[in-house]
Design a protein around this ligand. Structure first.
Ligand SMILES: N#Cc1ccc(Nc2nc(N)cc(-n3cnc(CCO)c3)n2)cc1
Length: 285
């Protein structure tokens, strides 16, 4: 279900940080096609050796990404196993993870944010049509392929990354760190994810995008209390946006909108949101 890559065809360059239970590096892979040697820039995602019991879930994520292809889904070239090293070989995405980009770029326009939210809604709709559940939608798992260049009329382009280790494999403490992205009903049943879970996470991710990557919960709030008290994230002053996020993050999963409805509502936001003077969230958040 996925291509295996020979370890000796991989070259490690600089470390780029880590996800949960994984470390990421810039690297290169070498292929020999029609007698020629081709070198491709890649992202090497290594599973921590002390979490090698998660290797099945790690490779499940890789095969998940290899089974389907979509312009807004990260391309995974394959996997490589060498001793206790499990490596996922991904396309190298030029501008990295969106959570860091949002924190760094303080003056992204409302139309930039809407454009990115629509791209995420499109890939969410595609996954639902393919009856595939991602299970870990968040800004950290969105990758920026291309920055906008307003002078050239070039808009941003994102791809959704692999879901990483299945949430059911993670300990309670790690699951706690997924609040408020993880749907409340998934806390109790992390091995029973539904398409509605992805919609909840979509809501939290759109909140992140419009909040410049600020943390949704103040680090003094106890995460489980947030769900016990059926709390919501601070609403945007842009009521239509707040309504959409609120619908996606409704505790009753029957109230979460269909992907078609999400796309329709985002499209209507684009028209009414063209004036960029919207103070979407006040500075405090
Ligand atoms: N400075 C810098 C810089 C860093 C990274 C990239 N590129 C890239 N390509 C990918 N395929 C995946 C990721 N990636 C980033 N964080 C995660 C973990 C959370 O998913 C995955 N980054 C480009 C520039």
């Amino acid at each position: 279900q996925f291509h295996t890559i020979k370890y000796e065809d991989l070259k490690w360059d600089e470390s780029l940080g880590q996800g949960s239970f994984t470390r990421i590096f810039k690297g290169e892979k070498t292929d020999y096609r029609d007698g020629e040697k081709h070198t491709t820039e890649v992202l090497l995602k290594e599973l921590d050796p002390d979490h090698k019991n998660c290797w099945e879930s790690f490779f499940e994520a890789a095969s998940f990404m290899s089974q389907i292809s979509h312009k807004h889904l990260l391309h995974v070239y394959g996997v490589s196993v060498h001793g206790d090293k499990n490596i996922m070989v991904q396309e190298f995405v030029k501008h990295g993870a969106l959570d860091l980009y949002l924190k760094r770029e303080k003056s992204l326009s409302v139309s930039w944010k809407l454009n990115v939210a629509k791209q995420l809604a499109c890939v969410l709709n595609f996954l639902e049509e393919q009856s595939i559940i991602h299970g870990n939608i968040c800004a950290k798992n969105l990758l920026l392929v291309r920055e906008e260049d307003p002078s050239q009329g070039i808009s941003p382009f994102i791809k959704l990354s692999d879901p990483g280790i299945n949430v059911a494999m993670l300990g309670k403490d790690v699951i706690m760190h997924r609040i408020p992205w993880i749907a409340p009903e998934s806390l109790a049943a992390p091995d029973n994810l539904t398409h509605e879970c992805d919609k909840w996470s979509f809501g939290a991710t759109v909140w992140e995008i419009f909040n410049n990557g600020n943390p949704p919960l103040q680090d003094n709030t106890k995460p489980h209390v947030f769900y016990e008290n059926k709390q919501q994230l601070p609403p945007s002053q842009w009521t239509e946006l707040a309504d959409l996020i609120g619908q996606c993050m409704s505790y009753d999963l029957a109230f979460r909108p269909s992907c078609r409805s999400i796309i329709r509502q985002l499209n209507s936001l684009v028209t009414s949101g063209n004036n960029d003077d919207h103070t979407v969230f006040d500075e405090r958040y």
